[in-house]
Design a binder for this molecule. Structure first.
Ligand SMILES: NC(=O)c1ccc[n+]([C@@H]2O[C@H](COP(=O)([O-])OP(=O)(O)OC[C@H]3O[C@@H](n4cnc5c(N)ncnc54)[C@H](O)[C@@H]3O)[C@@H](O)[C@H]2O)c1
Length: 416
C-alpha cells in the first residue's frame, strides 16, 4: 500500500489532531473524523482548540475534517484516537467500540486499521477486530490489516513531538506490523517494532504505570519528610546527580490528566479479571488519591499557625489544569483541591491563563488576574504555568503553599 494513500484519523483531540496534521504535512491526504459536530465545526473554522497545534495547521493542504462517516470511504488507513476513560473505576471502551463500528461500515479489503487509544492488553484483537469483522464482513489478518500503536504525545512538551518520539508498533500478524511500521515511518523518525498487538498495548501501560508508581513513591516520601523536617526536593536534586540507576520524580498535589490516573486502572482491571491483584497500582492509586486532602490539610495547618481559620480564609489557587502549559483539566488534582477547600468553607479564587472559567460542583468560577495578592490569606501553587509571575507571588502574598517547588524560598513560602 503506498503511504500517500488517504488516511483517516478517528477522534480529533489531543492525540488525533497533532497526528492528522503531521500526516498531512508529510504529504498524506488525511480525513479527520470526529463524532462531535461541534469539534468538527471548530476545526473547519480554523481553530485547533489544542495549545500545541497552531490554528493555521488546521488549514494544512490535504487535511479535511468531517463528522460524516460516508466521507471516509476512500481512506485506506484508519487510526483510532478516541478516549478511553473510566466509568465507576472500570474501563469504558464505548468510544473505541463506536469508532470501530464506524470504521467497519467503510472498511475495504487491504485497508489498515491502527488503534492508538490507551487500553488494556487484548483490546485490539479481542474488541476492535471482532467489531470490524462483524460490521464489514471482512476478516482481520486475512482481508485487512490490524495493529496497535500507543500514543506517547506529551501535551505542552516543547522538545518531544510526533516526529522525534519513537513510535512502538505491533500488528496482529507480520503483514499488519510491516504495514503499520511503513505508515508511521512517514511521520516518525524511529519506529520500534514489537511482536504483537499485546506487547504494544502493554508497553504503554508499563510506561504509565511506572510513572504513576514513582510519583506515588515521592508523594509518600513528601508526607513523612515533612514530619522529619527534611527538604525532599533537595534530596531529589542530590539523588539525581547519580549518573545511572536513578530517575527523578517530584511530589505534588496529586496526579491528573487523561493518562496517569486512568491507564494503570485499565491494567489492574485486566489483571483482576484473571484473579490477581496488581498491588503496586492499587497502592499507588491510594497514595496519589490522598494528595489533594493532604494539600488541604497542610494549608489548614499553615493558616492555623498564622492565626487564621481555614473555614474563614480566602485562598487563591494558581493553576487549574493538570500540568503546566495546557488547558486540560481532566482529573486535575487542582480541581479536587479547590473542591475540598470550598467544602471547608474557604472562599476560593483561581488564576490560570489557559482556563478562563470552570465549574466546581455546580458553580461556575471565572479565572482572576494575578494581582492584589495581599487580599488573600494564602496563595496555593498547584500548577505553575510558565506565564505566572511567581516572583510577584513571593513578594506580595502573605503566605504561599508551593506544592511544586516552583518558587524561590522565602519566609512566607512553604513547600508541600
Ligand atoms: N492526551 C494525552 O496526553 C494522551 C497521551 C497519550 C495517549 N492518550 C490516549 O489517547 C486517546 C485519546 O485521548 P485524547 O486526549 O486525544 O482525547 P480527547 O478527548 O482530547 O479527544 C478525543 C476525541 O475523540 C472524539 N470521539 C469520541 N468518540 C468518538 C467516536 N466514536 N468516533 C470519532 N470520534 C470520537 C471526541 O469527540 C474527541 O474530539 C485516549 O485513549 C488517551 O488515553 C492521550
Amino acid at each position: 500500500m503506498p503511504v500517500s494513500s488517504p488516511a483517516c484519523v478517528v477522534g480529533l483531540g489531543y492525540v488525533g489532531l497533532p497526528l492528522a496534521v503531521a500526516l498531512a504535512e508529510a504529504g498524506v491526504p488525511v480525513v479527520g473524523y470526529d463524532v462531535s459536530t461541534a469539534r468538527v465545526a471548530e476545526l473547519q473554522d480554523g481553530s485547533s482548540g489544542i495549545e500545541d497545534v497552531a490554528d493555521e495547521a488546521t488549514r494544512t493542504p490535504g487535511l479535511t475534517f468531517t463528522a460524516d462517516v460516508c466521507d471516509l470511504e476512500a481512506c485506506q488507513t484508519y487510526v483510532l484516537c478516541v478516549p478511553t476513560p473510566l466509568r465507576e473505576g472500570m474501563p469504558d471502551l464505548g468510544a473505541v467500540e463506536a469508532a470501530s463500528r464506524a470504521v467497519a461500515s467503510v472498511l475495504s479489503a487491504g485497508d489498515l486499521v491502527v488503534l492508538e487509544s490507551t487500553t488494556y492488553p487484548g483490546t485490539t484483537e479481542e474488541v476492535v477486530g471482532p467489531l470490524l469483522d462483524a460490521g464489514s464482513g471482512l476478516v482481520a489478518g486475512r482481508d485487512y490489516l490490524l495493529a496497535y500503536s500507543p500514543e506517547r504525545i506529551d501535551p505542552g512538551n516543547p522538545t518531544y513531538g510526533i516526529g522525534n518520539t519513537p513510535k512502538v508498533v505491533g500488528g496482529m500478524d507480520d503483514a499488519s506490523t510491516k504495514a503499520a511500521v511503513r505508515f508511521y515511518e512517514t511521520v516518525c523518525d524511529t519506529v520500534v517494532q514489537v511482536d504483537g498487538t499485546r506487547e504494544a498495548e502493554m508497553a504503554k501501560l508499563l510506561e504509565n504505570t511506572f510513572r504513576h508508581v514513582n510519583i506515588a513513591l515521592v508523594n509518600e516520601m513528601a508526607v513523612f519528610c515533612r514530619e522529619l523536617d527534611i527538604d525532599l526536593w533537595q534530596v531529589i536534586e542530590a539523588a539525581k546527580t547519580k549518573p545511572f540507576g536513578f530517575m527523578p520524580f517530584y511530589p505534588g498535589p496529586g496526579v491528573g490528566g487523561h493518562c496517569i490516573p486512568v491507564d494503570p486502572s485499565y491494567l489492574s482491571w485486566r489483571v483482576r479479571k484473571m484473579g490477581f491483584t496488581f498491588r503496586f497500582v492499587e497502592l499507588a492509586q491510594e497514595i496519589n488519591a490522598q494528595m489533594p486532602s493532604y494539600t488541604v490539610a497542610r494549608l489548614g495547618d499553615l493558616l492555623n499557625d498564622a492565626g487564621i481559620a481555614l473555614s474563614r480564609s480566602r485562598v487563591l489557587c494558581l493553576g487549574a489544569a493538570y500540568k503546566p502549559g495546557v488547558a486540560d483539566c481532566r482529573e486535575s488534582p487542582s480541581i479536587e483541591v479547590m473542591r475540598q477547600l470550598r467544602r471547608k468553607g474557604v472562599t476560593v479564587a483561581y488564576a490560570d491563563p489557559f482556563v478562563p472559567d470552570l465549574v466546581l460542583d455546580t458553580e461556575r468560577l471565572a479565572a482572576v488576574p494575578l494581582s492584589d495578592l495581599g487580599a488573600y490569606d494564602a496563595v496555593l501553587v498547584l500548577t505553575p504555568h510558565a506565564g505566572f509571575d511567581l516572583e510577584l507571588v513571593r513578594r506580595e502574598a502573605t503566605l504561599v503553599l508551593d506544592t511544586r517547588a516552583a518558587l524561590a524560598p522565602g519566609e512566607n513560602v512553604y513547600r508541600l
